[in-house]
Design a protein around this ligand. Sequence first.
Ligand SMILES: Cc1cc2nc3c(=O)[nH]c(=O)nc-3n(C[C@H](O)[C@H](O)[C@H](O)COP(=O)(O)OP(=O)(O)OC[C@H]3O[C@@H](n4cnc5c(N)ncnc54)[C@H](O)[C@@H]3O)c2cc1C
Length: 511
Amino acid sequence: MAEQEHEHVRVAVIGSGFGGLGAAVRLRREGITDFVILERAGAVGGTWRDNSYPGCACDVPSHLYSFSFAPNPDWPRTFSGQEHIWEYLEHVADTFRLRPHIRFNSEVQQLRWDSEQLWWEIDTAQGKLTADVVVSATGPLSDPKTPDIAGLDTFPGKVFHSARWDHEYDLRGKRVAMIGTGASAIQIVPAIQKEAGRLTLFQRTPPWVMPRADRAITKAERWLHRQLPFTTQARRGLLWGIRELQVQAFTKHPNELGMVEQLAKRNMHRAVKDPALRAKLTPDYRIGCKRILLSNTYYPALAQPNVDVVASGLSEIRGNTLVASDGTETEVDAIIFGTGFHVTDMPIADRVTGAEGDTLMQSWKGGMKALRGATAAGFPNFMTVIGPNTGLGNSSMILMIEAQLNYLADYMRQLHVLGGRVALNPRESAVNGWNNRVQDRMKRTVWNTGGCNSWYLDDNGVNTTVWPGTTTEFRHATRHVDVGEYEVVRAPAKPAAPTTRTKKKAEVNAA
Ligand SMILES: Cc1cc2nc3c(=O)[nH]c(=O)nc-3n(C[C@H](O)[C@H](O)[C@H](O)COP(=O)(O)OP(=O)(O)OC[C@H]3O[C@@H](n4cnc5c(N)ncnc54)[C@H](O)[C@@H]3O)c2cc1C
């Protein structure tokens, strides 16, 4: 590619969800304008563009589930719906003048590190380009996962995933199967129960469900937030502080969570009077081991006469008949998979080839790991937003994203200080040291000791997704790049002559 005419940028950001848009804002703040945002879809928003299922909303209060640098005094509800969060992200793209940088319909297909030129070669659906630095913000919950069920291809009815809702399909009067009981499923069930003729929930594991303090934010509150912006900050601070305290129980004192289980059981008892149904819905693992779900409408919906709960996973499909692992047979017209995403096997990892010729997927075959949740050994100048062990069980992912953006900002500063054509490649020892510390702390957390099998764990049973501490600790750990944790890679003495276009860009960068 070096000899060809091609576009070169300082930074290529992949994805335009919270992570990608946030990275772009941060780059601009660092004075870097030579960047592109490569987005496979035709609009910004990521999660909040793709998940348009009925009832979709955040489960962390909106005033915390938003950027600290773009507070929104006008959130309509304490837990706002998908359309409002998507609108917010569109607004962020406009406010921070990000649109000229965005390349829609530009799915990134391959990335290869060029050890001579010290840049990434990027193949997209719209052509090739190169970039000194790549920020991968493709999202942990971005590629829907559908289980491999025998007979699924012969099912004559309608099939779709919660993250790819088919709004053309009319559920009224239909016999519908909802597969899964995760965060999306428990929002979908109450939203469709009234219109479905019959709704059957296939539940492998019951979730713990707590009441949801959801309400409309009053006009007076919104007026106050607009007039006195510090009140928005104070509200956010309170929401954040409560969650910082809560996380101690998850990470250090899982046994204390027994008290919280009583509250969740009371939530169920209020709505579900049938003891047999309650028995099916009662989890047998410690609360918090899987994500605690919030809903005031899930249990009441399950108690309705047109709803059945099959307390067993779906194992086979024969024509219109769904067969559960316990042998239960149910005839349905439509199947909705609420079965989550490719989290510990993120698809982008298979498309990135690093300095040693391995893909990131290959290098992570023993489990995902990255220095400070961001950079992987052998993949210079490649940073993942929401990388390994940066997920949260109880608070806003935006806090983690913003911490990682601090790291990105300092990374760019360090490259500038080092000067010239230079790359930072994390040392294997630094990555392993970080990962060992994380995994050591993980041992006593509720996610590892709570007795459940969750999507936080990879195929080897290792928790490579959750951060075992407070967001404050993570923010502290990502404030600065410790260059000592990296090998500083310089271009060979006589690099190939840059193309006209790249030369021009290089001069701009140097200026
Ligand atoms: C239904 C749902 C509800 C959630 N609720 C909450 C919540 O309440 N609180 C919370 O903290 N978190 C929540 N999350 C987690 C949520 O994913 C994160 O909070 C956050 O939105 C992730 O942002 P992101 O930018 O990293 O990823 P995403 O929002 O997933 O964006 C990734 C973007 O990358 C693009 N992309 C992917 N691959 C490529 C490629 N190869 N080439 C080009 N573009 C690509 C995608 O099209 C997408 O636009 C929820 C997730 C889901 C699915």
